[in-house]
Ligand binder design. Structure first.
Ligand SMILES: *Cc1c(COP(=O)(O)O)cnc(C)c1O
Length: 649
């Protein structure tokens, strides 16, 4: 074990030993016992439903030739499947440093496996009397992690639900934002007498989320006081004006002074945002991608863009801050986005602030004390050598004041696919996306809240969906509560591993100085570290790219090759110069000995490493897979540098 590592990285956390099946399948007996125990339990359940009913399948059935042939075919196909799956990517291995996935948490895996034969459908409580509540509870668990109100008795309690992934959660965020912005405009158009309404469409479209919720409540109260028949009439009149009824074309044709709103996001935003704008019918043109500094949203550019929107009276639907960018793990200044909104709000331009924390959401556990409070900076920082930068701490502290968040349990939550989540700070906004318009809702108690969301299908994009997945998320969060002393120990191990990796990368750069120039393009914000390389003496960016692509080929999934021939798995990404910005680009290119003027391409290929595996530093056996990876990279580099000059691709 190298002394260059931060000491903490070498101390093994015993809790983590119990969390996973393990790289070697170390916890096989535990998982096997659980699977058998709960399968038997399921069978007892079937037998005890109506024990007076005789078995429908006789024991003689198994002797029938057709039965036997079926069983043989099934076994054959299952064996083929099992054999084929051996080509899978070994996500569980500490030699896997590629994408945003690792081993699965045992409580989640076991909960999912044990729930599968019950096959609950979380579209509604009729099809999932047990797991639909678990999904709503999982939403509250995530809300607590984020810092949103999470007591269902509170009128402004948050609401969260699971999705197939971050893509659909981001789309749900767009849908909720549009509903919130457009509702006051619809209400103005219907003009129910005696309700105080915004004076014009621009003001109506620029209400804050809480102003819209308050308006919704006033409208509810007004409606509730009417006789049933009039209630119905007024409800229909308002429905007829809503964007959800008219569509974008009809709505904006009816309100000519309003332009179609824009969505502002950093250029590092995931491509699900482009998909979302297309799907919502706003069109990809309404997605304005803002420049970054060091791959973090440039707050000054956001200010500038907002001022331009104000001048042009161009509404903004939402500003997106990315908490852990997919390619670089960088963390946007959520606090600065909120501050920018506070300023434009004064000037009459308002919008929703959504945080795309599909990747970094669970890092919030590092900052959450057991009692739910925010941990002080010094206490968090004492556990690491560099993490968290002050800006990163401020971004997490600001989460509580945002409007909605996307988090992916199937990424840093170590849970099976597909489990994403959308969390909305004030659940009352959800009334506006309900499929059956039902505004009149006064949550008085925990049970009212839970009862309302048992009809989950009313509020979500999906229809039928897995209750087993909800059980997995809920149970994992119960076993490992979402605070720093429970779940937080997993991301803590990964951040420490990333710090060790970063330190090792810098040493690698020094060791390799006679062969390649190596640089870490930006200090990691969390647990994703990128490394850029260029063979010594080369100044052409495309030659450097060809070199890095060849290195990447050595660590990428190759279905033609036996898995065991792979030493390590990594990934690659590109730094697009227009995204990275001129200053950062010239800094990184000169660190690599590359010449900007000769840049015959608009991007630099870099290696990308996701440090999610909790067993990267195996103190037990005195192995560091981080060291081993850099040793391997050194061998690849030396093999490559011995070859003829690289050709550009
Ligand atoms: C992964 C990711 C998404 C998309 O999530 P899926 O679960 O793959 O649909 C969106 N945003 C960010 C920042 C991500 O990292």
């Amino acid at each position: 074990m190298s002394a260059a590592y931060p000491m903490q990285a070498t101390v093994r956390d015993r809790l983590i030993d119990a969390c996973f099946l393990g790289p070697y399948g170390e916890n096989d007996t535990l998982l096997e016992k659980l699977v058998v125990e709960f399968l038997r339990d399921h069978v007892y359940w079937r037998r005890n439903f109506h024990p007076e009913d005789p078995p429908a399948i006789s024991t003689a059935a198994a002797r029938d030739p057709e039965y036997a042939a079926f069983e043989a075919r099934m076994r054959r196909e299952l064996h083929l499947l099992s054999a084929a799956l051996k080509k899978s990517v070994p996500f569980h291995s500490p030699r896997y440093l590629g994408h945003m996935v690792s081993d699965l948490l045992l409580p989640g895996l076991a909960a999912q496996m044990l729930t599968l034969p019950y096959n609950p459908n979380n579209v509604s409580e009729d099809a999932a009397p047990v797991t639909v509540d678990m999904e709503v509870q999982a939403g509250l668990q995530l809300a607590r992690m984020i810092g949103y109100p999470h007591e269902p008795g509170q009128p402004d309690c948050a609401f969260g639900h699971l999705t197939s992934g971050g893509t659909v959660a981001n789309y749900q965020a767009l849908r909720v934002a549009l509903a919130l912005k457009a509702f006051p405009v619809a209400l103005r158009a219907a003009a129910p007498p005696g309700i105080e309404l915004p004076p014009d469409d621009w003001t109506a479209f620029n209400q804050s989320g809480s102003e819209t919720v308050a308006l919704l409540q006033r409208w509810n109260d007004w409606l509730a006081a009417l006789p049933a028949k009039q209630q119905e009439e007024w409800r229909e009149r308002v429905e007829a004006q809503r964007v959800e009824t008219l569509g974008l074309a009809g709505f904006f044709a009816a309100h000519r002074e309003l332009q179609v709103p824009r969505v502002l996001a950093p250029i590092t935003a995931h491509y699900s945002w482009s998909k979302g704008l297309k799907l919502l019918g706003l069109g990809r043109d309404q997605l304005e991608l803002l420049p970054t500094r060091g791959m973090r949203l440039d707050a000054a550019a956001l200010e500038e863009s907002l001022q331009r929107h104000l001048r042009e009276r161009q509404p903004v639907l939402m500003a997106v801050a990315v908490l852990g960018s997919t390619e670089y793990g960088t963390i946007d200044p959520v606090d600065a986005v909120l501050a920018a909104r506070a300023r434009t709000r004064q000037q009459g331009l308002d919008f929703q602030v959504h945080v795309d924390a599909a990747w970094g959401g669970y890092l919030a556990t590092l900052f959450r004390a057991e009692d739910g409070s925010q941990r002080p900076y010094g206490e968090v920082a004492a556990e690491y050598s560099q993490f968290p930068r002050a800006e990163v701490y401020a971004a997490f502290a600001a989460l509580a004041d945002t409007d909605s968040v996307t988090v992916d349990p199937h990424k840093l939550g170590y849970l099976p696919y597909g489990a994403g989540a959308f969390v909305c700070r004030d659940h009352r906004a959800m009334a506006l996306v309900a499929e059956r318009a039902d505004y009149v809702f006064h949550a008085g108690s925990r049970s009212d809240y839970l009862q309302r969301y048992r009809n989950l299908g009313q509020f979500i994009l999906e229809g039928s969906k897995s209750g087993a997945s909800a059980a997995a998320v809920y149970v994992a969060h119960k076993v490992l509560p979402l605070d720093h002393s429970h779940f937080g120990r997993l991301p803590r191990a990964t951040i420490r591993a990333a710090e060790a990796f970063y330190a090792r990368a810098l040493r690698f750069a020094a060791e390799q100085a006679t062969r390649v120039q190596v640089a870490v393009p930006f200090a990691p914000d969390s647990n994703l570290v990128c490394v850029a390389l260029n063979p010594l003496g080369n100044s052409s960016v495309s030659v450097a790219n060809a070199f890095t692509r060849t290195l990447h080929d050595a660590v990428r999934c190759d279905p033609q090759q036996p898995l065991q021939l792979k030493e390590f798995f990594g990934s690659a990404t590109t730094l697009r110069f227009d995204m990275f910005g001129a200053a950062d680009t010239s800094r990184i290119l000169s660190a690599l000995g590359l010449v900007f003027a000769s840049a015959d391409t608009d991007h630099l290929v870099i290696l990308r490493h996701t440090l999610m595996n909790p067993y990267l530093i195996d103190a037990e056996n005195n192995i560091s897979y981080i060291d081993a990876y850099f040793d391997y990279l050194a061998r690849c580099v030396s093999a490559l540098c011995g070859h003829a000059p690289m050709v550009a691709v």
